[in-house]
Design a protein around this ligand. Structure first.
Ligand code: OAD
Length: 250
């Protein structure tokens, strides 16, 4: 297999940067077989309603539906593997200061060996009590794919229902994760924006913040996005093709 040609301006920026921040979205994990949210046909939000599954109101209406959906998604992630893009970032992180801040609730960066400074939208694997807030791992149980409603487990401390660890629409971001992402961007010389449509704020504001603090911004995405204008270079490739080619060229 021949490596994808890397635009020379992108190679130059990557070679000269000593601090890099990588901002990732659902497209980062698409080639691991995890559906994105907004791609036509295949995006999760074309088959599921975020008002039912990713909002405090949806949770209040039907906890069993919401818990079942997130448990199904967690199971899909468990059965998936990091792709060549995740692995390339690990290789790069072993060589220079590289911060990864992700919107993804999967653990594929970590399973590829990267350290992630920020999961701004939470994690599928960090449920907490919806009443007292205690984080706890429910006992593993077999997942029946034909069952879409599952009663949430009870909190070991107060008995309240456990809720998924993902951030929902209308909820504040976990402040420590958000501040870590901002810090990474403000201190980076190069910011790579990989696989996000750039429509969900405040994360979508990070590339503009990077520009305002003097960083150069490169977008890796097969298509134009809402934040393409913020990028110095727009590289129309995929995460699993572009990132290994880039890291291999350094
Ligand atoms: P989206 O589904 O909105 O966007 C995915 C982006 O990935 C699109 O721009 C695709 O073109 C791009 N893409 C697809 N395949 C790719 C590949 N192989 N390599 C690189 N890029 C690819 O996902 P996000 O931008 O991550 O929030 O969505 C942001 C947030 O909206 C999510 O974190 C989630 C969702 O609602 C919450 O759940 C709170």
């Amino acid at each position: 297999m021949t490596a994808a040609p890397v635009p020379s301006a992108v190679v130059e920026l990557a070679r000269s940067a000593s601090r890099v921040a990588v901002l990732t979205g659902a497209g980062m994990s698409a080639e691991s077989g995890i559906a994105t949210f907004r791609d036509a046909q295949t995006g999760l939000w074309s088959s599921f309603d975020p008002a039912d599954l990713a909002s405090p109101d949806g949770w209040a209406r039907d906890m069993d539906l919401v818990w079942g959906w997130y448990r199904w998604r967690a199971e899909l992630v468990r059965r998936s593997e990091p792709n060549a893009g995740h692995r390339a970032l690990t290789e790069w992180q072993n060589k220079i200061h590289l911060d990864i801040a992700t919107q993804n609730v999967d653990d594929l960066h970590e399973r590829a060996g990267s350290s992630v400074i920020s999961h701004v939208h939470g994690s599928l694997f960090d449920p907490r009590c919806s009443e007292c807030g205690v984080h706890s791992q429910p006992d593993a149980e077999p997942v029946d794919e034909n069952v879409d409603r599952v009663v949430p487990p009870s909190c070991p401390e107060c008995g309240g229902p456990m809720r998924p660890g993902a951030v929902w629409f209308g909820e504040p971001l976990p402040q420590d994760h958000w501040l870590a992402a901002v810090h990474a961007v403000e201190n980076a010389e190069l910011v790579l924006v990989v696989g996000t449509s750039g429509v969900v704020f405040p994360f979508a504001g990070l590339p503009a913040m990077a520009r305002s603090t003097g960083a150069r911004v490169v977008e890796i995405n097969p298509v134009e996005t809402e934040i393409s204008d913020m990028a110095d270079h727009r590289w129309r490739t995929t995460a699993a093709i572009g990132l290994p080619a880039l890291v291999g060229s350094l």
